[in-house]
Ligand binder design. Structure first.
Ligand SMILES: [Zn+2]
Length: 168
């Protein structure tokens, strides 16, 4: 399993909803979790490893709010956004070493299926809400740089291409 970098076309495609969560899906998600931790990253969407399924893994520590969690989400969907927004710096495993301040809703209501096939619905804010919005965007082919001007976006993508060539 390898993390794809921009401008790989799969990163721009929509992931499909799972009809049911199979043992293979759970096995695959656990592998994603391993790859993400090794990268290291705080979130990973299946598109980023070339699989168009609605699967996301999360692992973060929010020291400011004394919160940490590690979990797998199948068919995650944001059903509500707060009007209030916050600006936070974001990065992405598919755009290594690139960062930008992005404005997004502060709070979300999230619904997903967990690895016990239970449907979970919860309200989330802070750093966790930020990671989830970023990862769920991936499932519809959207990247954090899409919130920037096309000039800035193209600059960051160009830098990743250069980085890739250096590593060859
Ligand atoms: Zn990302």
């Amino acid at each position: 399993m390898e993390i794809l970098l921009v401008p790989h076309p799969v990163l721009r495609q929509k992931a499909n909803k799972l009809k049911s969560v199979t043992k293979e899906d759970i096995k695959f998600a656990n592998l994603m979790m391993e790859v993400m931790l090794k990268a290291p990253g705080v979130g990973l969407a299946a598109n980023q490893v070339g699989i168009l399924k609605q699967i996301v893994t999360i692992n973060f520590e929010d020291k400011d709010n004394n919160k940490k969690a590690s979990y797998i989400l199948f068919n995650p969907k944001i059903i509500q956004y707060s009007v209030e927004t916050v600006i936070m710096e974001e990065g992405c495993l598919s755009l290594p070493e690139q960062y930008a301040d992005i404005e997004r809703p502060k709070e979300i209501v999230l619904e997903y299926i967990d690895d016990n096939e239970k449907t979970i619905k919860k309200q989330i804010d802070g750093y966790e809400a930020r990671i989830l919005q970023h990862e769920i965007d991936h499932l519809s082919g959207k990247l954090f740089v899409d919130y920037l001007s096309s000039l800035k976006r193209n600059m960051l993508i160009k830098k990743v291409k250069k980085l890739k060539n250096l590593k060859k």
